[in-house]
Design a protein. Structure first.
Lengths: 113, 116
């Protein structure tokens, strides 16, 4: 059974820092790994989707990597800004017929001006 | 496009009452998902539809929960009777593709349910 863990649960950094959010999954047979952002009182917004055959995806200041063999993905945020403050969730999509998204509980990020 | 639209945004109801949550997916999306989010359990998939047909409802917690999708532009999630432990945020999401195909999924802003 796939389990997704995100560490740390919360992170507070000063503006301008580069930071890394971690996501680990127990079953390497995934279809893809997805990162989402959730602002307080809002829904989730898709940030990056890494297919199982890919190693990384980039969008602006965000870079997500995937290492299936070790069951890990990282979300790198460069030059963090207060507007990056949100909860970041990762989700592993199962391979095979049951392609459910299995979600981590998220990392709550606060970027302080 | 207006995105996935959910109503009501907030609802407070008494235990035992019927609750109906509504969702309008993005036009052209043929997969629709209902999720529940709590602090303790995070996001849980309740049910998903493909081309208006329920494909997997294994996440529906019990018979008090039911979901329908009468057409491509509307879905409901009903709880009857509601209980305090049903208090959560309920998200509707939609995507293109066949079933859960790995395409980008778009979420509504959620329905915040409190059962007292």
């Amino acid at each position: 059974k796939q389990e997704v863990t995100q560490i740390p649960a919360a992170l507070s950094v000063p503006e301008g820092e580069n930071l890394v959010l971690n996501c680990s999954f127990t079953d390497s047979a995934i279809y893809n790994l997805q990162w989402f952002r959730q602002d307080p009182g809002k829904g989730l917004t898709s940030l990056l989707l890494i297919q199982s055959s890919q190693r990384e995806q980039t969008s602006g200041r965000l870079n997500a990597s995937l290492d299936k063999s070790s069951g890990r993905s990282t979300l790198y945020i460069a030059a963090s800004q207060p507007g990056d403050s949100a909860t970041y969730l990762c989700a592993a999509q199962n391979a095979g017929n049951n392609r459910k998204l299995i979600w981590g509980l998220g990392t709550s990020l606060a970027v302080n001006p | 496009d207006a995105g996935v639209i959910q109503s009501p945004r907030h609802e407070v109801t008494e235990m035992g009452q019927e609750v109906t949550l509504r969702c309008k997916p993005i036009s052209g999306h043929n997969s629709l998902f209902w999720y529940r989010q709590t602090m303790m359990r995070g996001l849980e998939l309740l049910i998903y539809f493909n081309n208006n047909v329920p494909i997997d409802d294994s996440g529906m917690p019990e018979d008090r929960f039911s979901a329908k999708m009468p057409n491509a532009s509307f879905s409901t999630l009903k709880i009857q009777p509601s209980e305090p432990r049903d208090s959560a945020v309920y998200f509707c999401a939609s995507s293109t593709g066949q079933g859960i195909s790995g395409n980008t999924i778009y979420f509504g802003e959620g329905s915040w349910l409190t059962v007292v």
